[in-house]
Ligand binder design. Structure first.
Ligand code: NG6
Ligand code: CA
Length: 521
């Protein structure tokens, strides 16, 4: 029977269309036509104050500023954690990383921590008909648990097993071996006669290390980072072989931006999701020579200028292909800023008054807000009015929000901490999350303008990187509305608020989930 509101003929026609679209329900098929492409640009270690549209004055980030002027600039948006692996884990699974063992900063030979079969951000979009790709930094491990990982044959499981149709990866970080790219399941440019071996224990082969041969280095470590030398830079971990496959740091931004642009170009006729995860501005900061000196702040500032260039290339590609209007473009960062993160790259000496954390306290690794409050810009000309929003947002919500956008239902067990904040993400509502757990080793809870930091015996300052970690054996309570810099601990004045927030945090921890089941999907 055809529905009463349709003639028999149009019903048959629409059935034919639905069949052609692989039996998508008619209602969804109608809305699907308007679904946007989605591009997520994910910077590494870019701080709240590191771009000019968030207050940086010592250099300019014109492409990011332009995005912000054409889109929605969020001022209270967060990464889920204050370091890379847990932030990315949470963003892709919709589960707080602190719930799961083994989601701390991963070694370069770590096994994949997101298991195949799990509902992920890319798997949701793939099921919604998107072609999905990840280009750039991965840092979530590769290969199966309890099995040796052989870098010289098919590397699996990997992104292709959790919802991505394509990947071009920096497997871990720029400062961790192996220093090679992986495309889909294979190391790029590998000579089979020169196999790659990787070790995070003992030295391997007879490759020189930074510790033993500092005279071979073009950039010296300030702490750690003194193992195998690749491209004149010593790394974390040992590797041998794979000489023809090793990356050149100076070319990394060009290489991965080129791959991201190729992905867009190749899939311009389809609906696509691209997760473009840059290496910038993580250490080692070795931008291409054409960016050298451009910021006046040394390699850290130059890496920001390079990152801005990458953003500009993506914007231009979308413009050129006429995709801009119906592309949801999100730009944000995996955690807050750090100045000296292990290499002597003059970042400290040349800071010149620049404040990577802007008005916030702390930085990468920190429970104070600069650990996780990051730049967060969303542009979608067809649907989002330019402006600003102070809604409480978190990247962990991409999963439920984009599931809602694309008409995918989540099972009760999926994405246990991902909220549907689509209205806030698209600027329809000024209200985002009700509350948010922040993770930096220590947990914090933000609810409204209050922020509670759990008591912790951890170090107060991360010595080498010189960042206040926000740990204190006493509970801390800050009013972010008039004390954004978290200077005045009000816990003693408001014990009732401390009690309320501590018990909500405990409940979230105990329940194993925080996504409201009755939230509209
Ligand atoms: C730290 C590294 C730091 C950086 C960080 C991970 C040392 C001394 N420090 O252990 O350089 O790699 O891990 O950064 O090794 S993240 O952004 O990927 O989380
Ligand atoms: Ca990071």
């Amino acid at each position: 029977m055809h529905p009463p509101y349709m003639s028999r003929r149009s019903f048959i026609t629409s059935m034919g269309m639905a069949a052609a679209a692989a039996i998508v329900p008619v209602k969804l098929w109608a809305t699907k036509k308007k679904l946007p492409n989605i591009v997520l640009i994910y910077a590494d270690d870019l701080g709240y104050g590191d771009v000019s549209c968030y207050g940086a004055t010592k250099f300019k980030t014109p492409n990011i500023d332009r995005l912000a002027s054409l889109g929605l600039r969020f001022t209270n948006a967060h990464s889920p954690s204050a370091t890379c692996t847990p932030s990315r884990y949470a963003m892709l699974t919709g589960e707080y990383a602190w719930r799961k063992e083994g989601t701390g900063v991963a070694r370069g030979d770590a096994r994949m921590i997101i298991h195949p079969g799990r509902t992920t951000l890319p798997s949701v979009l793939q099921k919604a008909g998107y072609t999905t790709g990840v280009v750039g930094k991965w840092h979530l491990g590769l290969g199966a648990e309890n099995q040796d990982l052989n870098w010289n044959s098919d590397i699996k499981p990997g992104p292709l097993d959790i919802g991505f149709d394509y990947c071009f990866l920096i497997p871990a970080t720029g400062d961790r071996v192996p220093c090679v790219y992986v495309e889909n399941r294979r190391v790029v440019g590998l000579d089979p006669n020169d196999p790659i071996l990787v070790s995070y224990g003992k030295p391997i082969g007879n490759e020189p290390t930074g510790k033993d041969y500092p005279e071979l280095l073009k950039m010296h470590p300030s702490h750690g980072h003194d193992q195998t030398i690749v491209n004149g830079i010593s790394r974390i971990g040992y590797m041998s072989g794979g000489k023809t496959a090793r990356w050149v740091d100076e070319d990394m931004a060009d290489t991965i931006t080129g791959k991201a642009m190729d992905f867009i170009e190749k899939h311009k006729g389809e609906r696509f999701f691209l997760y473009f995860s840059t290496h910038d501005i993580h250490v080692p900061r070795v931008p291409h020579p054409r960016f050298a000196g451009k910021s006046g702040l040394g390699p850290r500032g130059d890496a920001i200028v390079q990152f801005d260039w990458c953003v500009g290339e993506i914007i231009k590609t979308l413009d050129r292909l006429n995709l801009t209007k119906n592309t949801l473009l999100i730009l944000t960062s995996d955690n807050g800023p750090v100045v000296d993160d292990g290499y002597k790259d003059q970042a400290v000496e040349k800071l010149s008054g620049h404040k990577p954390s802007g008005p916030l306290r702390g930085g990468k690794y920190s429970a104070f807000d600069a650990g996780t409050r990051v730049p967060f810009i969303v542009r979608w000309p067809d649907r989002i009015k330019p402006g600003e929003s102070d809604a409480l947002m978190c990247q962990i919500d991409f999963l439920a929000s984009l599931a809602s956008l694309t008409g995918r239902k989540l099972d009760a067990d999926d994405a246990p901490d991902s909220f549907n904040v689509l209205s806030a993400l698209t600027g329809k509502s000024p209200v985002g999350r009700d509350h948010l757990v922040e993770h930096a080793g220590t947990l914090s809870l933000i609810k409204g303008h209050w922020k509670y930091i759990e008591p912790s015996d951890g170090a107060k300052i991360a010595r080498n990187v010189n960042i206040e970690l926000g740990n204190d054996p006493e509970p801390q309570l800050y009013n972010l509305k008039n004390d954004l810099g978290e200077r005045h601990n009000l816990a003693a004045q408001h014990p009732e608020i401390v009690k309320e927030l501590a018990s909500l945090l405990e409940k979230i921890r105990r329940n194993g989930r925080s996504r409201p089941l009755r939230q509209p999907q």
